[in-house]
Design a protein around this ligand. Structure first.
Ligand SMILES: [Zn+2]
Length: 186
């Protein structure tokens, strides 16, 4: 539910705008980063960290199909938001256990990508950290169907690249993985 004080503010501008100072409560309509004109507090523009995993078994990677918005019904790389006191490497172990019931070993960091996240009328920056992970031999997925309706293993040539959630960064991630695996995305 969108706050009534933000009516008329275009979604994408919310990435940059702070209508009220969270410290003194003054109406400031600040374009961040900047200072509150009332109390002088500095306000920054920080991306929220997320962690995602390329769960790789043999020549295949595991994708899940989202049960919830945003991008409901689209294929997604499993993962989620980090808690405030949680490193991305810890968040991804927790998320993979919660979402698909697998215990994983992290084998490498694929990279970090920026994007924006839009839900219920708010938009914010995300810093998305993607790990390569090993689910061990013969992994058996136990799907949390409240988050995802399906899980499937894909080779690089089978990737549903036209039906990917968060395509602004996730297409590039899957292409990067495919290239590192010596394969081409069709
Ligand atoms: Zn202030």
């Amino acid at each position: 539910m969108r706050c009534p004080c933000l009516v008329g503010v275009p979604y994408l501008e919310l990435v940059h705008q702070l209508p009220y100072c969270p410290l003194c409560g003054s109406r400031i309509d600040l374009v961040v980063p900047g200072l509150c004109g009332s109390c002088g507090a500095a306000h920054y523009r920080n991306a929220r960290p997320t962690a995602g995993a390329l769960v790789v078994s043999g020549d295949k990677v595991l994708l899940v199909r989202r049960a919830i918005d945003p991008w409901k019904g689209h294929w997604d790389i499993p993962g989620g938001f980090c808690n405030g006191d949680e490193l991305p490497a810890h968040a991804i172990r927790r998320e993979i256990q919660e979402e698909i019931g697998l215990d994983i070993d992290i084998t490498g960091l694929l990279g970090m990508w920026l994007d924006t996240y839009e839900l219920d009328g708010s938009t914010f920056d995300t810093l998305n950290c993607y790990f390569l992970v090993d689910p061990g031999p013969d992994p058996i997925v136990h799907l949390d169907v409240s988050e995802n309706i399906e899980a499937r293993w894909f080779t690089a040539s089978e990737l549903p690249i036209g039906d990917i959630a968060f395509p602004k960064h996730q297409r590039e991630i899957l292409t990067t993985w495919a290239k590192q695996s010596g394969s081409q995305v069709v």
